[in-house]
Design a protein around this ligand. Structure first.
Ligand code: AMP
Length: 419
C-alpha cells in the first residue's frame, strides 16, 4: 500500500470543520485590521529563498525541498511566505498603487525537518506582511493581530516574547562584541556554530545544541547595545502593547532564524503543545525588499503555524464547532422510486438545501440509520400509499413531528424545511 509521505498529513473530512473555523477567525481579524489576502505559487526559483532567507539559516542550508525541473531550473517548494510576498510586491509594483501595503495569507509550507509532534514537512501557516512603513506602531499591530487571533480561538496558555535586533549598524557593532566574547570559546562550540562564527555569527543563537546554548547564555546581549532609534522604537512597541493590555516578556536571545530581521522580533508560545511551543513568530525586516531587488522599503510581519495552533486548541478544548448536518435526507420506501428520489433531490438542492439519499438500495431502516448518522434535520419519506396519492411525509428529526405535504406544492415543502 502506498502511504502518505513522512511528515505530511491528510486533513480528513472530520478535521475540516476545525480548520474552517480557524480560517474564518483568521480572515475576520485580518479583515478588521484591513489586511488583504494574497496567494502566491507553491514553488519559486530557489534563489529567491536563498537570498531572501539567508544561506546560513537552517531552512536554506538543510530543510528546503529543492529540485530541478525539466528545463534544468532550480525550484523550491516555499518554506515560508515572506520572501514570496516580497517577490510579488516588487514584481507587481504594489507599492506604486499604495504606499503602505497590508497583506495576509493562509498557505501550505514545506520544510524537510525531522518529523515529530507539532513538526511536519508539509504544514500550514497564516500570517501578515505590512510593507511600506517604519512605524513601530505597525510592529505593535503585528503582535496585537497575532495575539487577537489566538485569543479569538479561545487559547489561554500563551506567552509573548519580544526583542529588538536594532539597525544593521547596531548589528555590525554587536557582531564585533560577540566575536570578541566567543573568540576564546570557539573550540567548545559545535561544528555548525564554529562555521557560523566565521560566516554569520548571530546565527549561533539559533543553535539547538545544549553545549552551544550554555556558552551563548552568558554572551553580551544585543538589546544592551541598541542605537538610539531602535531603543526609542522598542519603547513605543512596549508602551503600545501595554496599552492594548497584552502581556509580554523581553527575551534577549530571541534572534530568529532569518537574516532579514531588524528591530522588533517576537514569538508567541503555548504551554499546551509539548516540546514545540512556538505558535507564531515575526518581526520587522527593513532589509529584505532591497535584498530582493526592490527599493529600500521598511516592512514588518509574522507567521503562525496552523497545525500547532489547532493542537493547542484541542488540548485546551478552546473552541467547539457545531456538528455537521444536512437539511433533509430522502427515504425511499419503494425500490422502484429511485429515479424519482434522485429527481426530487435535484430540485431541493437547486433551492440551496443540503440533501442526500441512498444510492445503495438499502432498507428503509438502514436509510433511517444513515439519516441519523448525517444529523439530518428532516427526513422525507417517498413511497407507499401516500405517494400514490401525490403526498409525502416529512419528519422533523429534533422533535419527531410529522407533516403530510403534497408533491404538487413543492414550495410548501421547501419553506417548511428552510424554517
Ligand atoms: P517560522 O516561519 O520558522 O518563524 O515559523 C512560524 C511558525 O510556523 C512556528 O511558530 C510554528 O508554529 C510553525 N512551523 C514552523 N515550522 C513548522 C513545521 N515544520 N511544522 C509545523 N509547524 C511549523
Amino acid at each position: 500500500m502506498i502511504k502518505s509521505v513522512t511528515g505530511t498529513k491528510d486533513i480528513l473530512p472530520s478535521d475540516i470543520p476545525r480548520w474552517i473555523y480557524l480560517e474564518k477567525t483568521v480572515e475576520n481579524v485580518f479583515n478588521n485590521f484591513n489586511y488583504k489576502e494574497i496567494r502566491t505559487p507553491v514553488f519559486e526559483e530557489t534563489s529567491l529563498f536563498a537570498r531572501g532567507i539567508g544561506e546560513e539559516t537552517d531552512i536554506v542550508g538543510k530543510e528546503m525541498y529543492t529540485f530541478k525541473d525539466r528545463s534544468d531550473t532550480s525550484l523550491t517548494l516555499k518554506p515560508e511566505m515572506t520572501a514570496a510576498v516580497v517577490r510579488s510586491y516588487v514584481e507587481h509594483s504594489l507599492g506604486a498603487q499604495q504606499s503602505l501595503v497590508k497583506l495576509f495569507y493562509i498557505s501550505p509550507m514545506f520544510r524537510q525537518e525531522r518529523p515529530q509532534a507539532g513538526r511536519f514537512r508539509q504544514f500550514h501557516q497564516f500570517g501578515a506582511e505590512a510593507i511600506g512603513s517604519p512605524s513601530p506602531l505597525l510592529d505593535a499591530e503585528m503582535v496585537q493581530m497575532a495575539y487577537e487571533i489566538l485569543k479569538s480561538l479561545g487559547l489561554k496558555n500563551l506567552t509573548i516574547k519580544i526583542n529588538s535586533l536594532g539597525t544593521p549598524k547596531t548589528r555590525e557593532n554587536y557582531k564585533k562584541i560577540l566575536k570578541n566574547y566567543l573568540a576564546d570559546k570557539k573550540d567548545k562550540l559545535s561544528e555548525d556554530s564554529r562555521r557560523r562564527f566565521e560566516t554569520n555569527i548571530l546565527r549561533i543563537f539559533d543553535s539547538k545544541i545544549e553545549s552551544d546554548q550554555i556558552i551563548i547564555k552568558d554572551a553580551p546581549k544585543l538589546i544592551d547595545h541598541l542605537d538610539e532609534e531602535s531603543k526609542a522604537d522598542f519603547e513605543v512597541v512596549k508602551n503600545q502593547l501595554s496599552k492594548f493590555g497584552i502581556p509580554f516578556t523581553i527575551d534577549p536571545s530571541l534572534v530568529r532564524g532569518l537574516d532579514y530581521y531588524t528591530k522588533l522580533t517576537f514569538e508567541i508560545d503555548s504551554g499546551s503543545v509539548g516540546a514545540q511551543t512556538a505558535l507564531c513568530g515575526g518581526g520587522r525586516y527593513d532589509l529584505l525588499i532591497e535584498t530582493l531587488g526592490g527599493k529600500p522599503t521598511p516592512a514588518t510581519g509574522f507567521a503562525a503555524g496552523i497545525e500547532r495552533i489547532l493542537l493547542a486548541c484541542e488540548n485546551e478544548k478552546s473552541f467547539t464547532v457545531p456538528e455537521q448536518t444536512i437539511n433533509v435526507y430522502l427515504i425511499r420506501i419503494d425500490n422502484d422510486l429511485e429515479s424519482v428520489v434522485s429527481e426530487l433531490a435535484g430540485k431541493l438542492r437547486k433551492e440551496n438545501l443540503s440533501v442526500d439519499f441512498d444510492y445503495l438500495q438499502r432498507s428503509v431502516k438502514a436509510q433511517m440509520r444513515e439519516a441519523n448518522k448525517l444529523n439530518a434535520k428532516y427526513v422525507l419519506f417517498i413511497g407507499g400509499d401516500e405517494y400514490k396519492e401525490g403526498l409525502l411525509k416529512l419528519k422533523n428529526m429534533s422533535d419527531g413531528a410529522e407533516k403530510i405535504l403534497s408533491l404538487e406544492k413543492i414550495h410548501e415543502l421547501i419553506s417548511t424545511i428552510k424554517k
